[in-house]
Ligand binder design. Structure first.
Ligand code: HSE
Length: 435
């Protein structure tokens, strides 16, 4: 069979890794795909010193030109970002080319439009590398778990954020110091606020939720909260209660709709997810037939991400000649069968809470706090007042609650913050048992 010709747009960390893996494992890959896979074109603004592209590959700096080049079968978009990447992908589809991308922002925000165009043209758009780097979580959810009604997905899906939380907890390093290292290692996004404010994780979670529940991509409805307000005190208090703080993406199906949220979360320290450290990612999927399953691995980096990109290229090379109607649908469910189950506003989400407030050490304060919670039907699970008077005469009080709807907790928090004896704002972190 004729080789499949690949054009790579972007020869940065992931592009370089993809090129190198395709070269190094060419023989084995051809045995798997049933035909050779050749990188014939690369578009890049700068050479990558980690790649020896040789003379047989045509190199240019115009990625859009690759998207319309009739000699290329598969466009691999590894530029990242929205505008240029969208142009390249849409141009490639318009020219009847299959697309492989690692671009989570692009799929989360423009995926519905991209997949509609791809269906029209009968081409594939594969995006395994867009979520959790080298972990084949899209494949697992879309195909391996296809028998299940998925109940929830919860994951550590941003390596940079997990690396920062781990180093801060284990080594007492500062936030900025760890972030600089993550950038130097090529893990962080071009704009690292995407990592620490949870936007990158929300992109990935949006994709996971769509293929888990068969709903259109709805990034604009995801609730996103970052890790920048977490303190060492919270990490230590959480540990005192037997919990660890992780930056989780959670998508849960409820009777009313889908919860879609990224935020710091206390999880029991004996859960496997609580023990995922450094730049590693892990995703738990709970299905009605299979129960809970866990997928763990490197969520970023040149070759781990290339592992997913190359697997997609192989999948596309195998399926090129199939009837488009028999291929695995882009969002796991057939496009005409996507559900209109709504994504819930965060006020409708139900979860347990960790609260840290600082109050004057006077008789009756704790009782007033407790009655604010009880008047709203919020059940306290544990409470701890630390006997450490702070500069301003306040003492920290830590409360763990049972599950409650978020809007009710917001109301209780506002009432507690309005007390003269309590300093505002108080700290709230959501708690999940993941069982
Ligand atoms: N910035 C991302 C992370 C890279 O840290 O996980 C992989 O998507």
């Amino acid at each position: 069979m004729k080789p499949v010709k690949v054009g790579i747009c972007g020869l940065g960390t992931v592009g370089g890794g993809t090129f190198n893996v395709l070269q190094r494992n060419a023989e084995e890959i051809a045995r798997r795909a049933g035909r050779a896979i050749e990188v014939t074109h690369i578009a890049t603004r700068a050479p990558n010193p980690a790649c020896d592209v040789g003379d047989s590959v045509q190199v240019c700096d115009d990625a859009l030109a690759l998207a319309s080049n009739p000699d290329i079968d598969i466009i691999v978009e590894l530029i990242g970002g929205y505008d240029m990447a969208l142009k390249i992908v849409m141009e490639a589809i318009a020219n009847g080319k299959h697309v492989v991308t690692a671009n989570k922002a692009l799929i989360a925000v423009h995926g519905n439009e991209i997949f509609a165009a791809a269906r029209e043209k009968g081409v594939m758009v594969a995006y395994e590398a867009s979520v959790a780097g080298g972990i084949p979580i899209i494949k697992a959810l879309r195909e391996g778990l296809a028998a299940n009604r998925v109940q929830w997905v919860a994951g550590i899906i941003n390596g940079t954020g997990n690396f920062i939380l781990t180093e801060m907890r284990d080594k007492g390093r500062t936030f900025d110091d760890v972030l600089a290292e993550a950038q130097a290692l090529g893990y962080a996004e071009a704009d690292p606020t995407f990592d620490v404010e949870g936007i990158d994780a929300a992109h990935k979670l949006t994709i996971l939720a769509s293929i888990a529940f068969g709903i259109p991509l709805q990034f604009d409805k995801a609730y996103t909260e970052g890790i920048t307000k977490l303190t060492t005190a919270d990490v230590n208090y959480a540990e005192a209660f037997g919990y660890r703080i992780k930056h989780l993406g959670i998508a849960r199906r409820t009777e009313q709709g889908v919860e879609l949220r990224v935020h710091p979360t206390l999880i029991p320290e004996d859960r496997l997810l609580a023990n995922v450290h450094g730049v590693m990612n892990a995703v738990m999927v709970n299905g009605d037939a299979v129960g809970s399953t866990l997928y763990y691995g490197a969520g970023a980096g040149a070759e781990p991400t290339a592992s997913a990109v190359v697997a997609d290229i192989i999948d596309v090379a195998r399926a090129v000649s199939c009837d488009p109607d028999t291929r695995v649908p882009h969002l796991a469910f057939r496009s005409e069968a996507l559900s209109d189950l709504p994504v819930l506003p965060v006020g409708e989400v139900e979860t347990a809470y960790y609260l840290r407030l600082h109050a004057q050490d006077r008789p009756g304060v704790l009782a007033r706090v407790a009655s604010i919670l009880s008047e709203r039907g919020i059940n306290i699970e544990s409470i701890m007042q630390k006997d450490v008077e702070e500069q301003d005469g306040l003492v920290p009080i830590i409360i763990l609650t049972h599950r409650v709807r978020e809007q009710r907790m917001n109301d209780a928090i506002a009432a507690m913050e309005a007390l003269d004896e309590v300093s505002s704002p108080l700290m709230r972190i959501r708690v999940e048992q993941l069982n």
